[in-house]
Design a protein around this ligand. Structure first.
Ligand SMILES: Cc1cc2nc3c(=O)[nH]c(=O)nc-3n(C[C@H](O)[C@H](O)[C@H](O)COP(=O)(O)OP(=O)(O)OC[C@H]3O[C@@H](n4cnc5c(N)ncnc54)[C@H](O)[C@@H]3O)c2cc1C
Length: 481
């Protein structure tokens, strides 16, 4: 007989299997515990729905937090109204409480604290002065607060959804989830929300090319991509220039982070950070026009205040019947490769003027290995030298592990294999671009709803952002009441 203590230890060691037992039948199953999945969960819980949320990571939002940290970003691009709680004012309130709490525990005398608050204002550290953008730290702490407030981590099934199948009576769907090891389980859900997010960092052709057969030099190491969680931990060679490929916000965040790190080290390194971008620096506050970020709630407020509600471009988009035309509008309206002014003026231009960062308008023709060396600062580590040939005719010499891709995600829909399986087995339509063709309520099927990039053809160019999460959640909740 197993003693009681051993049983308890066994149960505690496998929380996800326990949860699955409790949740083999649910009203709502959300696939993906990223920003979208968590926000939709909060909204559904707020109206009394019962649900489970599946994410392959041990903790919700792991991928979001890891990617945001890997880019080196300090402030969000979006403003204080875009977060995971239901009430728009929640993040601002949370910041005020955090500031008050910090002041309460401070050991600085009250008078001095007031002076300091006036000059450096801790609330100003939480938000930028342009567009009231929250710091990443505040935003993430608020995310954790929302998860706790709605008890969402308790609803988390740790596993990867492998397939979703229709049932004979059409009253539910069967979701197959791979859990730890080779185990898998099934959950029956009345409604499933697909909120998987993009996970295929774009890798340029030259970075995929294998070393020439019989090549003189060793196999090149995998090139780091700021959004690829399998490579972002690779360290840089201690010496030599760093080459960041891409000309958008992630490239600039990463360059500024590395420049700051270089300045804080005592070494007299004269290495340069090169940004290789197909276009010149393009300043733009958000990656889509603000018109695309309007929720039904803000549209109603606009109408009440005498405004025109949903903007024209949004209404015209919704009226487009052709999904090819909708994709064209999305392509034109999403300004990938742009950088907010605060970031360029707040460091990039200065670093370029000083010569710490060089911006090359070019593409990379090829990269060749030139020699295998030992890292000058770490003689246990071999690095392979690389010569980067730019379309302008210039070359940059560095090592393979000093090349960082900041080229965004590919263009296929999130979790394409799962999407194809669902399309086939439920007989559901995909647009020519490969994305689900969904109705106004984001239903692809009476029991299958989408969010994030998957909802792009209905929600427009900001579908994958926080604005899109809020728009999706609003429609999902409204269509179920
Ligand atoms: C560095 C960076 C900064 C950004 N900054 C902003 C910003 O300031 N403002 C803004 O509005 N937007 C921003 N975005 C865009 C967008 O808001 C984020 O990309 C956001 O993370 C998208 O949320 P998501 O839930 O769709 O995807 P993710 O955060 O990627 O979450 C998807 C989740 O689904 C899980 N998953 C996937 N497939 C399965 C499966 N089969 N089974 C189980 N789980 C699965 C993954 O583990 C993951 O946790 C930023 C994006 C990046 C990369």
């Amino acid at each position: 007989m197993i003693p009681l203590v051993a049983w308890l230890l066994l149960l505690l060691s496998s929380p996800s299997s326990l949860l699955i037992e409790k949740k083999d039948k649910v009203d709502w199953l959300i696939v993906g515990g990223g920003l979208h999945g968590v926000h939709i969960a909060a909204r559904l819980i707020a109206v009394g729905s019962s649900l489970a949320i599946v994410d392959e990571e041990a903790r919700l939002l792991t991928k979001w937090k890891s990617r945001a940290a890997a880019t080196g970003m300090k402030y969000m691009r979006s403003s204080a109204s875009f977060h995971l709680d239901v009430d728009v004012a929640s993040l601002r309130r949370f910041a005020a409480t955090a500031t008050a709490d910090a002041a309460a525990v401070s050991t600085i005398p009250k008078k001095k604290r007031r002076q300091r608050h006036r000059s450096s204002s801790s609330s100003r550290q939480h938000f930028t002065s342009d567009y009231e953008r929250p710091s990443l730290d505040l935003f993430n702490r608020h995310c954790d607060h929302v998860i706790q407030k709605y008890g969402i981590e308790d609803l988390h099934i740790c596993g990867r959804v492998q397939r979703i199948d229709p049932t004979k009576d059409n009253q539910s769907v069967t979701v197959t989830i791979a859990t730890s090891g080779h185990d898998s389980t099934t959950v029956s859900a009345k409604q499933v929300v697909l909120a998987m997010g993009f996970d295929d960092p774009k890798i340029p052709a030259w970075a995929l090319v294998k070393e020439e057969e019989g090549g003189e030099y060793p196999q090149k190491p995998p090139i780091q991509h700021v959004l690829d969680l399998t490579t972002t931990t690779t360290s840089h060679s201690a010496s030599g220039d760093i080459v960041i490929v891409g000309g958008g916000i992630s490239a600039v965040h990463k360059a500024l982070q590395l420049a700051e790190q270089q300045q804080s080290t005592t070494s007299s390194s004269t290495s340069v950070i090169h940004i290789v971008s197909p276009h010149p620096l393009q300043e733009q506050q958000f990656d889509t026009h603000q018109d695309w970020m309007m929720t039904a709630q803000t549209a109603a407020q606009s109408l009440q205040a005498g405004g025109s509600g949903f903007p024209d471009r949004f209404m015209k988009f919704r009226q487009l019947e052709s999904f090819i035309d909708r994709r064209t509008v999305i392509r034109q309206a999403r300004k990938a490769g742009t950088v907010p002014t605060a970031l360029t003026r707040g460091g990039l231009k200065h670093a370029i003027d000083k010569g710490n960062i060089q911006w090359h308008v070019a593409t990379i023709d090829r990269v060749t290995s030139t020699a295998s060396l030992t890292d000058s600062n770490d003689d246990s580590r071999d690095v392979t030298s690389a010569c980067i040939h730019l379309s302008t005719g210039e070359t940059i010499s560095t090592s393979w592990d000093n090349i960082v891709l900041a080229t965004g995600f590919g263009s296929s829909p999130p979790s394409a294999p799962l999407i194809h399986q669902i399309a086939k087995d439920f007989n559901l339509p995909l647009a020519p671009c490969g994305y689900p063709m969904v109705d106004h309520t984001l239903r692809w099927h009476p029991r299958v709803i989408v969010s994030g990039g998957l909802a792009e053809l209905e929600l427009g160019p900001s579908a994958r952002n926080l604005a899109g999460a809020r728009m999706a959640a609003e429609r999902i909740v409204a269509s179920n009441q």
